[in-house]
Design a protein around this ligand. Structure first.
Ligand code: ATP
Length: 299
């Protein structure tokens, strides 16, 4: 049907990532069921000179299938251009849901989300999603060469040097060059480690030059490598202050995001504290407790 065509179009390279992000393919279809069909039809405005200020204003949400369970409650949060905002919290605290609202997979039940002061519901949904680079936990690559995998989903005219620029930012360039045919190497099932796949997916997202880069850090066995990648991307974003790109990270390993401008701590659908790493340690609240717990687990 029509909405499915639109859905397929925007989801594009991100479909498998999206599936990872909500946990299982079954959930994606559950989720698609819930979405009003006309949400995928391009209408609404496109902001000229998008700056990328994102603001959740007293936003609450419950999933339509479970109207008795508030999943987000009175969320107020802002993400400014060039800022790195990390979202942390125990499993089920609402981190992915926050991102789902930002991607406009759902509409807030109460409150709203403003983009440069304009309500997100009034924006052209396709246009908005094209401004977002999303890298899920276990990105899926295609059986084609590395270069095409990085270009995938990019509608602009892309030169090889652009591909390599993005790969360098994503800390993928060096390992790509070490492959038998470099950027022309065919991606095969066992060719790349999970962390390398993630770096390719980050390069893909960066090449699209998104206004917001959303990273869902991996929780699985590739943790250490994933953490290294995420840290690298943070460094690259910080160095490159001209891009006005903000980064939102759903972090599972707190050690990854210590340098974030703001760490937003969620508990049971609410933001319970927010601040820099050192501010939150001084507060000695949930973040400090979670940090100690992870440190103990590693030790
Ligand atoms: P995790 O770290 O495990 O990914 P999270 O912090 O991202 O967890 P969410 O996935 O946002 O948490 O889930 C928040 C709550 O919403 C949970 O209680 C979850 O069961 C519920 N939930 C998530 N997706 C749906 C859905 N499609 N329909 C109904 N409830 C959902």
């Amino acid at each position: 049907s029509e909405w499915l065509i639109y859905a397929t179009w925007w989801v594009g390279d991100n479909l498998s990532n999206l599936m990872q992000s909500v946990g299982a393919s079954e959930k994606v279809f559950q989720l698609m069921d819930l979405m009003p069909s006309d949400q995928f039809i391009s209408k609404g405005s496109k902001l000229q000179n998008l700056v990328g200020n994102v603001e959740f204003v007293n936003t609450s949400f419950y999933y339509p299938s479970r109207p008795t369970v508030p999943v987000l409650q009175n969320i107020s949060l802002s993400v400014k251009p060039n800022e790195v905002v990390a979202i942390v919290g125990l499993s089920g605290s609402g981190k992915s849901t926050l991102v789902n609202l930002l991607l406009r997979l759902y509409e807030p039940t109460n409150g709203q989300i403003l983009i440069d002061g304009c309500p997100l519901q009034e924006l052209d949904v396709m246009w908005w999603r094209e401004r977002i680079g999303f890298v899920g936990q276990e990105p899926k690559l295609f059986r084609t060469d590395i270069s095409s995998n990085i270009r995938y989903g990019c509608t602009r005219d892309i030169r090889q040097e652009d591909v390599e620029w993005a790969a360098k930012k994503a800390y993928a360039h060096d390992f790509i060059l070490s492959l038998p045919k470099g950027y022309q190497t065919l991606v095969d099932d066992d060719l790349l480690s999970g962390g390398q796949k993630q770096r390719i997916a980050i390069a893909r997202a960066i090449l699209r030059d998104p206004t917001i880069l959303i990273l869902d850090e991996a929780t699985s066995a590739l943790d250490a490598e994933s953490e290294h990648n995420v840290r690298g991307v943070l460094r690259a974003v910080r160095k490159d202050k001209t891009t006005r790109r903000s980064v939102v990270i759903i972090a599972h390993r707190l050690s990854t995001i210590q340098a974030a401008d703001s760490i937003v701590v969620m508990d049971n659908g609410r933001i319970v504290e927010a601040g820099s790493h050192s501010e939150l340690l001084v507060k000695d609240g949930l973040y400090a407790r979670l940090t100690r717990r992870q440190a103990d687990a590693v030790a």
